[in-house]
Design a protein around this ligand. Structure first.
Ligand SMILES: [Ca+2]
Ligand SMILES: [Ca+2]
Length: 89
């Protein structure tokens, strides 16, 4: 998991525009828009799913837990898999 964790950390830092160690919904959404996602309406659901303590922001711990869930889920249509796939060989 160590290599993946480094990549996830890099991706998290990329999204954390304000650099406060937390992702707001806007920060989380903006990276997908930057990557050319035409429909970003699903990011709200993903965001809320990852925000397990419901404080309106995603900590790195919440993020990595969410990502690992997606990685090891059998859902091959997961958008996280799609966006994250190119970063992992
Ligand atoms: Ca932030
Ligand atoms: Ca949270």
């Amino acid at each position: 998991m160590k290599r993946e964790e480094g990549l996830i950390r890099a991706f998290f830092n990329l999204m954390d525009i304000s650099n406060d160690g937390y992702l707001t919904e806007d920060e989380h959404k903006s990276i997908f828009i930057k990557f050319g996602a035409k429909d970003s309406s699903w990011t709200q659901e993903t965001f809320q799913g990852m925000d397990t303590n419901n404080d309106g922001k995603i900590s790195f711990q919440e993020y990595i837990t969410g990502i690992i869930d997606f990685f090891y889920s059998d859902d091959e249509t997961s958008t996280n898999r799609f966006f994250f796939g190119p970063l992992v060989d």
